[in-house]
Design a binder for this molecule. Sequence first.
Ligand code: HEM
Length: 423
Amino acid sequence: MTAGPPPGCPAHASPDGRLLPLSAATGCPDPQAVYRRLREEWGNVARVELEPGVPAWLVMGYQELLTITRQEQLFSRDARNWRDLAEGVVSPDSGLLPMMAWRANVIGADGTEHRRLRLPLVDGVRQIDQRQVRRLVQAQCAELIAGFTDRGRADLVTEYAQVVPLLAIGALFGLNTSEGHELLAALRALFGSADDSQAGNRQFEEILAAVLEERRATPSSDLTSAFLAHPDLRDDAEILQSMVVMISAGNETTTTWIAHTLRLMLTDQRFAGRLHGGRLGVDDALDEVLWRDPPMANMPARYALRDTELGGRRIRRGDVLILGLAAANDDPRIHRGDSFAEEVGNRAHLAFSAGPHVCPAQLPARLITRTAVETALRLLSDLRLTIPAEDVAWLPSPWTRCPASLPVTFSARLRPAPLAPAG
Ligand code: HEM
């Protein structure tokens, strides 16, 4: 039996016999405790609620997760197979749809159509010049830090972790830093208040369309040029859609990865001690974070194409299955004990999922996150969180568990050192 739930976590896996709302797990101080209780009650595949009246299967078993991600003939990525959506159980204005509605892009495709749309992303990522990207991201991080060094205090989420990824992914597509800031402002308007969200959307697409035109005239070594030259992308609409998919899939995930790493550095003495003492390289620290707190804690989704069985549960055609990546990392069949520290060097976690839709951008995601964390460590010394660790709040979401804020002070005010010359 597991111990009682920590304060703020639901006491029962299925409170009052009702299904557990997924966001109650992501939003509580110890989600793994909640997943363990859910596993005790349901086994590796649990019935949960995405929003009131909308059920889903949460797949928490490592092996079951590999099954649903690898067997696309049985478990589709295409949300048009979701019975509750087709039958109106999910309302057309549901907050679930921005993440889950079908779109004509790589994420919503299966089989050969998926492979056609994915190949340009994989080829594009393969040809990224890692040293150049690292230098660009270092400079962007140093500039952000220079903006708050004199203050001696900052919020490492809103002023850093939420800014670096979009600037960096923008740089992958050939946007300079000021265009990257414009893109960030447009994205914030798009997802912010309703008033300027349409303008934000327009501006977002205009910025990307402009860089597309520039690169058509003058090709470069960036991803925009790679997409333009790729024979599998049929027209500008597909190229733009591929750019949008990379930006939207990479932005919040990378933010969350950076934020969790900085949070652990600030709140977990063992983690910080190992990192500062040189016993844990930054890459090992990043992997420990992917085991403990994968940025996509719960990833939507797969849709059953036939009645079947999974983890002892009967799955009906049209049911939705959520990839419980955080829970699967803690599956007792692959991970024993309370600490993920012993997993150093082991990258068998499922933070990037598996199967044909496995994240194609692991390399740039790691490059950006590592550079952001290293640059913060290099330029800010004596970092201290100004609130108790247990007061760190989470941005509400059933999918991710990103710290809302990490207010810090730092006593040493190091000036960003000039970057090493290129080469
Ligand atoms: C530069 C940053 C990133 C970019 C551009 C990016 C891009 C993408 C794209 C395009 C897909 C869809 C692939 C497909 O459907 O074939 C994807 C899937 C995914 N990515 Fe990433 N990603 C980034 C960072 C991350 C990070 C930091 C994580 C978490 C550690 C992550 C986790 C995932 C997961 C879990 C999937 C879903 C796979 C599935 O549905 O099975 N990504 N990513």
